[in-house]
Design a protein around this ligand. Sequence first.
Ligand code: PEP
Ligand code: MN
Length: 363
Amino acid sequence: MQATDTHQEVKPLDQVWNKRPLIISGPCSAETEQQVMETAQRLAATNKVDVYRAGIWKPRTRPGNFEGIGTKGLPWLQQAKKTTGLLTAVEVATSKQLQDALHFDVDIVWLGARTTVNPFSVQEIADALRGVDVPVLIKNPINPDLELWIGAVERVAKAGIKNIGLIHRGFSSYGNSEYRNAPMWHLAIEMKRRYPELMMINDPSHICGRRDILQEVAQKAIDLDYDGLIVESHIDPDNAWSDAKQQITPERLSEMLENIIWRKEDVQSEEYHNALEKLRNQINHLDDELMQILGQRMKVAEKIGQFKKENNITILQTNRWNEILERAFRKGEKLGLSKEFITRYFDAVHLESINHQTRVLNS
Ligand code: PEP
Ligand code: MN
């Protein structure tokens, strides 16, 4: 093929790694040489993509599905990089896969959700990373366990890897129908709080599992100040060998990125800062009041605890609890508070209340 002989300049890795927003895209799986090349060329033509991803080894939930083209696909990626100038990224799950990927000049590797979940696998890769200078992206584990995610970051950091990034791809939860993997944004936000220096990339493809809600999830991530997106793309999404429902064409990706409202975390204007400052002060003030009131509420709960102790009554009284929730739903609705929030808020308040009462009862 003539076109593959034209080489594009590849941008320096550091420059790409530090670009914001960082956009990574490519097929869930490398399938054929033609598919890998054409996807890369059409992505490069959008001028919006920084890194070309492709799964070479695919961890599949059930046996019998396509499990990746394997090492044979790595030269295709190498060729795609030469032709388009796009840096490449692949998932590695074993030390052998890491070595193969590096041998074929893969620029960035990532640990998949099914790897982060397993400290043995993470440690094996971390050991193989020693002395290697390659950026590593770490996906959240499939289950909503922040400690596992943190553990993986620690293992990779201890191996001497300087450039580490995080990928939020959502969490598996039984019976969830809206998303393939529930985003549980609060976990990613907490991870960002603990590691403010690590980049956080959102993977709307694996969160959504379907095309129609990719845009809104990507927008939400950008609104939450994520550093970039990793989105699966394919030249013929419906006929992809894996994750067909969530992949989009390179052209559709381009449209999606164009439709995103990119918010700046910091705007220089003084007027903006003053207005924001005032609103933030209001929030602080309201938060202080909420804490005061919660403190008072717990004091009342303790009095009830005392009363229950003197009269030998159990702490948990289901009827009363249902009554509290029903009341809150009715009132909350008028205030624009969702049922989901009210349930979660009252669950937390109730638990704290029970703890206070237990202390009184045992004193
Ligand atoms: C993937 O990126 O194709 C993949 C397998 O993702 P995850 O590890 O998030 O399931
Ligand atoms: Mn996939």
